[in-house]
Design a protein around this ligand. Sequence first.
Ligand SMILES: Nc1ncnc2c1ncn2[C@@H]1O[C@H](COP(=O)(O)OP(=O)(O)OP(=O)(O)O)[C@@H](O)[C@H]1O
Length: 386
Amino acid sequence: MEATPLQQELHLHNLRVIKVLGNGAMGTVFLVHNLISDPSAHSPFALKVVHKSSLHSDRRARWEISVLNTLNHKPHPFLPFLIGSFETQQLLAWAIPFCPGRDLNVLRHRQADHAFSPAAIRFYLAEIVCALQHLHSMGIVYRDLKPENILIQQSGHVTLTDFDLSRTLTPKSFQPEEPKKHNRNLSRFFPTVVSDQKRAGITKIKSARVTPLTRRKTSFADGERSNSFVGTEEYLSPEMVRGDGHEFAVDWWAVGILAYEMLYGTTPFRGKNRNDTFGRILMMQPKFTGKPTPLTDLIGKLLEKEPTRRLGYRSGACEIKEHPFFLGLQWKLLTQVVRTPFIPSKDNVELTAKTSGINIEEYLEKLRETPSPLDSSSCTISLTEF
Ligand SMILES: Nc1ncnc2c1ncn2[C@@H]1O[C@H](COP(=O)(O)OP(=O)(O)OP(=O)(O)O)[C@@H](O)[C@H]1O
């Protein structure tokens, strides 16, 4: 990885924490500024920090850094890039641009009925489809689409974040399998996960979804197909629930779930518990209320249980872009849209807490003192098989 001047300056001792932006399953994201190159914090950035003590986190973090580094060479307006990275004996840290508008989940909760207008859905979906198309063109399947991972830039445009669950595939790879008989007790793979936000005492609007977990060994024997079981339960595709090999179509399924949630304020297959949700994902058809519209038609086609019949399977994003819901949309001009559905106010870039006094190492150490459910023995199956 080439070291840019900014990267050389990146180190714990020359970064000051403005505030904590969020805590995920893997790490903590801080808003920081560089004391040397930006002492007055005009250009703060997000720093994701992971403790290296867990092999699992270490591996996922290095993978995420490598994906971001790849994006530096093939940038996209709706995807982040790597500002720089460094590591200490204990920590692995990397910097990405700060998105001051929070995430689409927070934004959705601010809407009446927790749902967006069709116009806003059209705008956000269009940008997400473009971002996924770009990732797929690089052979990357994202596998973790959910509103919490869609951040809003200062311009109001989106940025997809969190690549630790993504994997590389080759576009030609997917040979659909015959449906298998499955009688696994899925619940044993999904121990209860307590939100790290709670452990850290951070309040964040988070739906009742669980933190992504990995169920099965990731197999790249043929170098082309991922057989791991990852994602966020309400967003998992039927092929992921079944544990079948899966590929790019899982992302188009997740776009369908996202569109449904943006429209109705709830995901379509949410059950009483995890197994119930999985049963619904496999068996139930999504329920639409009101008159059929191009949007409900699009959702129905994305939520096709059989991946080979799902919109996007044959020719990727192009098929989705051609759907009547997007009729008349000027795809090439998306980045130039100035009146986006939501523009973060400057107040959102709250830099008043410049002297937050947060010490990154101490903060992470404190977090570690509360045992993570991901380290517990109940989780062994998921983690050792990763
Ligand atoms: N660039 C950014 N700008 C602003 N906030 C951010 C940024 N990156 C992350 N965050 C905040 O930090 C939270 C956690 O980040 P992220 O999802 O990357 O961590 P994670 O440990 O991989 O989480 P997950 O539990 O989804 O795996 C996000 O939900 C978001 O609120």
